[in-house]
Design a protein around this ligand. Structure first.
Ligand SMILES: Cc1ncc(COP(=O)(O)O)c(C=O)c1O
Length: 485
């Protein structure tokens, strides 16, 4: 039976509290000594009054109602929900890291600066780029930072602004949003019938107004753009720069590098490829890597290693685009990614990528007899199925996604990419075992059978979750997130 969890405010009882902390008998500063009196509260904040076990139980109960990667399979295509090793959290929680303040002097934070410098070196090696900034806090912010770098490069080298960034029609929504935020207009490039960039359309659109192209590799159908050299050559010949949306670097790391394919800039979603927690637009980390000619434009501060092996923060970069985040972005996330890459080593990173590709291709082969898979050539770490055969029998891909919840799986991404009707985008990641993939495939086959025998069961799913179907549009447009007494 489902028991509704009350809000923690509703559990509040006046006078309840956790461990009482005795009053300090050491004379110290009064709040009014450090904060202007007019800014101080006159009434205490309306915080819930609960005991420690009540707080713990409240949040543990909520966490088991939610679906998360520690609970079961989470094949959310494009989002790379892979298991995050707990050792990463242990590293980031070390008091020597967690207790630092970003305004401490360089001398007192040598270890933290060294860690970030080393992470930059590792990312340079993996991407083949010459310079890296760790500052952006998400892939989308990396795109925005990269677009600002592109703008500054053209303004400075050509002395005039180029206005367009080419974007494939299959692009992730953040791509056009980022380039518009950076002051460009997106120009859409068509895909061909193989789901890849249409070279003729690209040739027609790349011109003297083209500042660059933002391209996801492998693309959002999970397919490797094997014409990448020709694509880069067309854009470069028009004077544009090539930006790789590196959200899918987990299909490339250790096997090939963005620089080898002709990219000038790439972002790296550390919270995907390098298994740091996924922050939903932050607090993640979306470092960008750039080729040599673009290094002067990277955000400040930049970390340098001096000849005597010390690490310093350098703010003196006159051509820099400035800051895109305070200090170095989300340091705790950087520690986790550093730990993951160090733990795997070079051969481990390669193995990670190969496993992600094998898992996706294995699952694709298991689903192919039942589900329509329109684009299959060159599948890398994820693939897109189309629920058209199921729709003909009265069940939409939304219903299939809901039915999967009853099997204890998070649903894959649905209705993206938009150039596949009834699309379901599945990314198993390398952290799943063959047994888990088999269990998921069995559930998908069973759902397909139930469509013929008992379609109502799929239409009314989920029945095993804490809440059933919600009015998602209303929840989105009119969220009710505020507690009032
Ligand atoms: C292809 C692609 N590009 C960009 C992004 C944006 O990354 P972030 O969520 O870190 O902002 C994503 C995120 O899912 C993505 O899949």
């Amino acid at each position: 039976m489902f028991v509704k969890t009350p809000l923690i405010f509703d559990e509040s009882r006046s006078g309840s509290q956790g461990t009482p902390i005795p009053h300090s008998d050491v004379p110290g500063l009064e709040l009014t000594d450090i904060i202007d009196n007019s800014l101080l509260r006159t009434e205490p904040a309306e915080l819930p009054q609960v005991t420690e076990p009540e707080v713990v139980r409240h949040f543990v109960n909520l966490s088991v109602k939610n679906h998360h990667i520690d609970k079961d399979f989470y094949p959310l295509g494009s989002c790379t929900m892979k298991y995050n090793p707990k050792i990463n959290d242990a590293l980031a929680a070390l008091p020597e890291f967690a207790g630092l303040h970003p305004l401490q002097s360089d001398n007192t934070v040598q270890g933290a600066l060294q860690l970030m410098w080393e992470l930059e070196q590792m990312l340079q090696k993996i991407t083949g780029m010459d310079g890296v900034t760790l500052q952006p806090s998400a892939g989308a912010q990396g795109e925005f930072t990269g677009a600002l770098v592109i703008r500054k490069y053209h303004d400075q080298t050509a002395g005039h602004r180029r206005h367009f960034i080419l974007i494939p029609e299959t692009a992730h929504g953040t791509n056009p949003a980022s380039v518009v935020s950076a002051g460009f207009k997106p120009k859409v490039v068509k895909s061909n019938d193989r789901g890849k960039i249409d070279l003729e359309d690209l040739k027609a659109k790349a011109d003297a107004e083209t500042a660059g192209m933002m391209l996801t590799q492998p693309n959002t159908l999970g397919l490797f753009e094997n014409d990448i050299e020709a694509i880069a050559s067309i854009v470069h010949s028009a004077g544009g720069l090539m930006y790789m949306d590196g959200a899918n670097l987990n299909a490339l790391a250790g096997l090939t590098r963005p620089s080898d394919m002709g990219f000038d800039i790439t972002h790296i979603n550390l919270h995907k490829t390098f298994s740091t927690p996924h922050g939903g637009g932050g607090p993640g980390a979306g470092p960008i890597g750039v080729t040599k000619k673009l290094i002067p434009f990277l955000p400040i501060p930049v970390i340098h290693r001096t000849e005597d092996g010390k690490f310093i923060r350098d703010y003196n970069k006159p051509d820099s685009i400035g800051n895109v985040h305070s200090f170095f972005g989300n340091f705790g996330v950087l520690v986790r990614a550093w730990g993951y890459i160090r733990m795997l080593g070079e051969s481990g990173v390669r193995h990670m990528t190969r496993s992600a590709i094998i898992n996706a291709n294995y699952l694709k082969a298991k689903l192919a007899p039942v589900y329509n898979i329109p684009f299959t050539e060159g599948t890398m770490h994820e693939f897109v199925i189309s629920g058209t055969r199921q729709k003909e029998r009265g069940v939409r891909v939304l219903d299939i996604a809901k039915a999967l919840l009853d099997y204890g799986f998070h649903a894959p991404t649905i209705y993206f990419p938009i150039n596949v009707s009834e699309s379901m985008m599945i990314e198993p990641t390398e952290t799943e075992s063959r047994q888990t993939l088999d269990k998921f495939a069995e559930a998908m086959h069973e759902i397909d059978k139930i469509i013929d025998s008992d379609p109502e069961r799929i239409h009314s799913a989920p029945v095993n979750t804490p809440v059933r179907r919600l009015d998602e549009t209303r929840a989105n447009r009119n969220p009710n997130l505020r507690w009032r007494p």
